[in-house]
Design a protein around this ligand. Structure first.
Ligand SMILES: NC(=O)c1ccc[n+]([C@@H]2O[C@H](COP(=O)([O-])OP(=O)(O)OC[C@H]3O[C@@H](n4cnc5c(N)ncnc54)[C@H](O)[C@@H]3O)[C@@H](O)[C@H]2O)c1
Length: 483
């Protein structure tokens, strides 16, 4: 069962969608949009549930259940990942699709929200079986008009990655006549198949930028009893898949933070003197487990890691892991929601009352969709981006230096030219461009949410929802309601 739906103290219904809607309602109080518009923003526009047969390697046939929800068509296409997990259900995809709509609005990415899910544990299938499942799922989406560059554009999520996105793209291109825009029917593809450099790590990198922004504010850090900056802060990460691994790696390598705890499906490890994320991943590859990492203490119950002593807790696995039961024991001062919905609404209240800073998912993991937007734009425009040659960079630098020379008394020389090439970053790689676009986006959105928080005296999540609601409501105000 979806753990988020089990947080039912006081007999209340706390399904994942109900929780997201409650967050929405809490924020809507601080806006003045007509009730009907608020209702339309909250509603899930379109959803399909289907089942299809797949032939397994041993010749047997398994029937697989799958979903795709398009939450909001106020902007098209809709956009959102595809999750492969056993506990996928209609409530979960609707909740995740709605979070995508709000997320896109927060970072000003002009998409509506969507989400897909296939009820499988990907670890139980061979690569050939996964390919057949992915292709058949895509075929069903095509038949139901739930995929296309201007319609609905999937991306990776829990249990899927660039490999699955390439299969989706290929199936779409084999089955449709959309020759011009076929590449843009899905994002998160391998770089050789129309993907952009930096997309794989984009969500984790965005998580780092978001945490860095939060840690930069003196007043907020003082209230938490912490110094500003990420350097030296102790971090516990739950889940070192795509999002968690890259977030941990960049927090360690670029943010100089110390990873003291790591939780995975097989258990957790703790070392207050620091765990090198690269070494832990190498150890897991070699032994099949993060447990028994040299110098670290094993925690047999993986969820105990959520209660470890640390400055920053990064839940990066699934929803509903911090509930009213364990929230009182969470010691972290900053809870950085890398996963979608890791903190239930009841737990959120407990953490906020304890004075912790919760950086909400709806902002913090928006790096993936931000860079997906760059990929989609690149696919539609059919532009190539590669690093410019060193000679080209030097010629550019030379031209600029000669111009500077003419305007000032400075003498043009080789050393100055080299400095300029390095500093200005001529011929910046695609990855540099992607990362700086992502960095700006995350910093700008944080500032926006923080100012809503100050304005209304609310927490960061409510402020993020206020920002999303206002932007989507403006869309409806501008375009009107059809017919
Ligand atoms: N991939 C993206 O670009 C993206 C974008 C936005 C949000 N997200 C969200 O981030 C979360 C993780 O997604 P991902 O793409 O990294 O998935 P992933 O499949 O790459 O990694 C998830 C990891 O969590 C681990 N895990 C599962 N249950 C666990 C548990 N109980 N304790 C500890 N570890 C556990 C898995 O073993 C796996 O290594 C999801 O909530 C997803 O919706 C992902």
């Amino acid at each position: 069962m979806n753990p988020a739906s089990t947080d039912t103290a006081n007999g209340a219904d706390h399904g994942f969608s109900a929780q997201v809607n409650r967050m929405f309602d809490t924020a809507a109080v601080h806006t003045d949009h007509p009730e009907g518009v608020l209702h339309q923003i909250r509603a899930c526009d379109n959803i399909v549930r289907f089942e299809f047969p797949v032939k397994l390697d041993d010749g047997s046939i398994e029937v697989i259940r799958a979903y795709r929800a398009e939450h909001s068509h106020h902007k098209k296409p809709t956009k959102g990942g595809i999750r492969y997990a056993l506990n996928v259900n209609v409530d979960e995809v609707m909740a995740l699709a709605s979070l995508m709509s709000y997320k896109c609005a927060i970072v000003d990415v002009p998409f509506g929200g969507a989400k897909g899910g296939v009820c499988i544990d990907a670890r139980n299938y061979s690569v050939h079986e996964l390919e057949r499942i992915t292709r058949r799922y895509t075929f069903e989406l095509i038949r139901k008009n739930f995929i296309g560059a201007g319609v609905d554009v999937p991306a990776p999520d829990y249990g899927t990655g660039p490999r699955e996105m390439a299969w989706i793209m290929d199936t779409y291109n084999q089955m449709t006549d959309d020759d011009l825009n076929g590449l843009a029917c899905v994002t998160g593809k391998p770089v050789g198949q129309g993907g952009v450099r930096g997309r794989t790590e984009a969500t984790g990198r965005g998580v780092y930028y978001g945490i860095r922004e939060a840690c930069a504010f003196k007043k907020d850090m003082k209230a938490l009893g912490l110094d500003t900056g990420t350097a030296g802060k102790s971090v516990v990460v739950q889940g070192i898949g795509n999002v968690g691994y890259h977030a941990a790696r960049i927090l360690q390598d670029e943010g100089d933070a110390t990873i003291v705890g790591i939780a995975e499906i097989e258990g957790a490890i703790y070392d207050p003197s620091g765990l090198d994320i690269h070494d832990v991943v190498a150890h897991r590859e070699e032994t099949g487990s993060i447990l028994d990492f040299p110098g670290a203490t094993n925690l047999e119950d993986s969820s105990d890691a959520l209660e470890l002593e640390c400055d920053i807790l990064v839940p990066a696995a699934l929803e509903g892991v911090i509930t009213h039961e364990n929230a009182p024991n969470v010691k972290a001062k900053i809870i950085a929601e890398a996963a979608n919905g890791p903190v239930t609404t009841q737990a959120d209240t407990i953490l906020t009352e304890k004075g912790a800073l919760v950086i909400p998912d709806v902002y913090l993991n928006a790096g993936g969709v931000t860079v997906s937007y760059f990929e989609w734009l690149r696919n539609l425009s059919h532009v190539r981006h590669g690093r410019m040659s060193r000679r080209f960079e030097e010629r550019n630098a030379e031209r600029i230096l000669r111009a500077v020379d003419e305007l000032t008394d400075q003498n043009f020389d080789e050393k100055l030219m080299e400095d300029l090439v390095e500093r200005v970053g001529f011929g910046a790689s695609e990855e540099d461009l992607v990362n700086s676009g992502l960095e700006d986006t995350m910093a700008f959105a944080y500032e926006e949410i923080r100012s809503e928080r100050e304005k209304y005296g609310v927490d960061m999540r409510t402020a993020a929802f206020v920002s999303a609601i206002n932007k989507i409501a403006k869309s409806y105000a501008d375009m009107g309601i059809f017919p």
